[in-house]
Design a binder for this molecule. Structure first.
Ligand SMILES: Cc1cc2nc3c(=O)[nH]c(=O)nc-3n(C[C@H](O)[C@H](O)[C@H](O)COP(=O)(O)OP(=O)(O)OC[C@H]3O[C@@H](n4cnc5c(N)ncnc54)[C@H](O)[C@@H]3O)c2cc1C
Length: 298
């Protein structure tokens, strides 16, 4: 009997199908796609945070390419008058090989950002990179105050890391955490991760100086609401950013923009979109169903 040829047996077709779904969360393959997505965010009243996709780079060529891509994209932000900044992953620019290489590369990006007048966020990755990432950040921050670091509420150590960073006047983006870790190091239950987010957020709001940036980066309405009520009447409200990922909770973004808050859209782009998209799909049952339906219908 002749075998029926499903599109999902064809790797190129499968890739196109997955890319079609992923386009919700990423701008596209190239810098020009990132700039056009950035322009759209600006038109909707949001600033953009561009991330060139990639992590765990072990090849020097790939690491170099990632560094130059960040330099180029900052120039393009300027050339196109875009309100926005960049966010980089340490393991993308050398930390998967060694500390010094990563420090040198982030320093080079930071120097360029200073000239271009752009802010640089450093993403936080899995636990094995946390210690080094904090140390690299503090080194860079001594030379460039327009840099910020991520703190993840799923990690038990985050409270003490946050206190340490705040002693230095660091700019912080607070997230729940996109990685998984054993129970010794990380909270496992959603309720515990959310409670820790709430506790860290309260601590930051109470102790932040007005020249520091505090970014609340969650799509969780309950926590966004809590942040707004905590901030009411406080001077630091001006330096608060609400940050979201591209393609998620667009109605909440619109509402915050409408109410005068500073809203930033984290927009990844690049050829290495699959791992990032898999993370977004995994995060929500409804996305897994969406993916399954598309595969069945193909
Ligand atoms: C700007 C920004 C930067 C980030 N940087 C980092 C980083 O450096 N390191 C790191 O570990 N993590 C980072 N994250 C990811 C973060 O840790 C979470 O994995 C992710 O944001 C989902 O958690 P949540 O806070 O939105 O809450 P959740 O409890 O996961 O989600 C709350 C609600 O948001 C909606 N939602 C959430 N995810 C999805 C989705 N994929 N598709 C559709 N709806 C969804 C749903 O309505 C859900 O009920 C970042 C997140 C943002 C917004």
């Amino acid at each position: 009997m002749e075998k029926t040829h499903s599109k999902t047996n064809d790797p190129a077709m499968l890739e196109r199908l997955l890319f079609g779904i992923s386009k919700r969360w990423i701008a596209g393959y190239a810098a020009k796609d990132a700039i056009s997505a950035a322009r759209k965010s600006n038109e909707l009243g949001m600033s953009v945070i561009l991330n060139y996709l990639g992590e765990e780079n072990l090849e020097n060529l790939l690491i170099r390419k990632s560094v130059s891509e960040y330099l180029t994209i900052m120039d393009l932000l300027d050339a196109n008058n875009i309100l926005g900044c960049i966010s980089i992953k340490p393991s993308q620019v050398g930390l998967a090989i060694n500390y010094d290489l990563c420090l040198r590369n982030i320093y080079e990006i930071s120097e360029h950002a200073t000239k271009a007048g752009r802010f640089v966020w450093i993403d936080m990755e899995s636990l094995r990179y946390v210690e080094d990432t904090i140390s690299i950040y503090l080194d860079i921050f001594k030379k460039n105050r327009r840099t910020g670091l991520v703190i993840q509420s799923y990690l038990r150590r985050s409270y003490s890391d946050l206190m340490h960073l705040m002693e230095h006047g660091a700019n912080i983006r607070l997230v729940k955490g996109a990685y998984s870790q054993d129970r010794i190091n990380a909270f496992q239950a959603t309720r515990e991760i959310d409670n820790n987010f709430s506790m860290l957020m309260r601590f930051m709001v109470d102790h932040f100086a007005s020249d520091e940036i505090l970014a609340i980066a969650t799509h969780d309405s309950k926590l966004v609401k809590e942040a707004i009520s905590l901030l009411k009447g406080r001077e630091i409200i001006k330096s608060i950013q609400f940050q979201f990922l591209k393609g998620i909770r667009d109605e909440l973004k619109r509402e915050l923009v409408h109410n005068g808050f500073s809203v930033w859209e984290y927009t990844p782009y690049g050829e290495r979109w699959l791992l990032y998209s898999a993370r977004r799909i995994r995060e929500r049952k409804r996305n897994i169903i969406l993916l399954a339906k598309s595969l069945i219908q193909s």
